[in-house]
Design a protein around this ligand. Structure first.
Ligand code: SAM
Length: 284
């Protein structure tokens, strides 16, 4: 008999997955972690009742959260990933040959281990790359204490409940600014605008003391239900979101990187925000 996995993220509305087979389920140091098989989305990982990633649509999220800041920056050598235990962001960052070093700070070793076993196509061996340094720690403590500096920081975190909540705080954004090189870019997953518009406004308010330019860009990820995700963006270089399509096309072609969702036109268009978000931000 098939059982269902019902996600508990919003009051009054949710999505449900048929579970064909549970591959792994355990209470880790930080989460209730479950990895199961579903006909439509392949292998699915959830933490504390919230879907984190699926085999079938992960490329949308990982490509957009990685390649937009990296191609916008154009010369990132040092990258910091916060969270990202499934390894999808690390895989995409390491496609950039100009990146010399990646530090990834993940709070829970079990997420990395179980994703390597049950979602191997997310990391594709990236955790063993000589350019990657994996640190098991709380991301907020790392950015407050490290002496390292980075050109791009990517926060691939859980939603703002439980251990992920601090990664949406002013103190976290201040820490990211302190370890970002001049001209660097900070990006973060920031929920789905239609469902969580308050999070967009809160993040904008909290980023503004630390970054001259704070905006959002969009990507539609099927399993993050409700339409476009708004990915947060902070930088002191306000010209980056309006770089020309020609420039991004040149950088993308020179990289030789193959993608399934990201392309230069998606990159440039992703900074266009729906009017209800524009209006909400005016009052933020
Ligand atoms: N893409 C997903 C989403 O949008 O819901 C999130 C991906 S999941 C890989 C997020 C990762 O952040 C998890 O591996 C989790 O363990 C990690 N994480 C949560 N809070 C953290 C913290 N305070 N410091 C470091 N990693 C954290």
């Amino acid at each position: 008999m098939t059982s269902n996995y019902a996600e508990k993220l919003y009051d009054g509305y949710g999505q449900s997955f048929e579970i064909d087979e549970v591959l792994f389920e355990q209470q880790t140091d930080s989460w209730h972690l479950i990895i199961f098989r579903n006909k439509k989305f392949g292998t699915v990982m959830a933490l504390d009742g919230i879907i984190q990633t699926t085999e079938k649509d992960e490329f949308v999220y990982h490509e957009m959260l990685t390649h937009v800041p990296l191609f916008a920056h154009g010369a990132a050598k040092r990258v910091l990933i916060i969270g990202g235990g499934d390894g999808g962001i690390l895989r995409e960052v390491l496609k950039h040959q100009e990146v010399e070093h990646v530090t990834q700070v993940e709070i829970d070793q079990a997420v990395i281990d179980m994703c390597k076993t049950y979602l191997p196509n997310h990391s594709q061996g990236a955790f063993d790359d000589a350019r990657a340094n994996i640190v098991i720690a709380d991301g907020i403590e790392f950015v407050q204490q490290t002496d390292e500096k980075f050109d791009v920081i990517i926060s691939d975190c859980t939603d703002p409940v439980g251990p992920g909540e601090v990664l949406f705080s002013s103190a976290f954004y201040e820490g990211c600014k302190r370890c970002l090189n001049a001209g660097g870019v900070f990006v973060a997953q920031n929920g789905v605008a239609y469902m969580q518009v308050e999070e967009v406004l809160t993040t904008r308010r909290r980023l503004s003391p630390y970054f001259k330019d704070q905006t959002f860009y969009c990507a539609a990820v099927p399993t993050y239900i409700g339409g476009n995700m708004t990915l947060a963006w902070g930088s002191d270089n306000a010209s980056l979101p309006s770089q020309s399509l020609d420039l991004i096309e040149q950088r993308f072609a020179a990289s030789g990187i193959k993608t399934r969702y990201y392309n230069p036109a998606m990159h440039c268009g992703s900074f266009a925000l729906p009017q209800f978000v524009v209006d909400a931000l005016k009052d933020a």
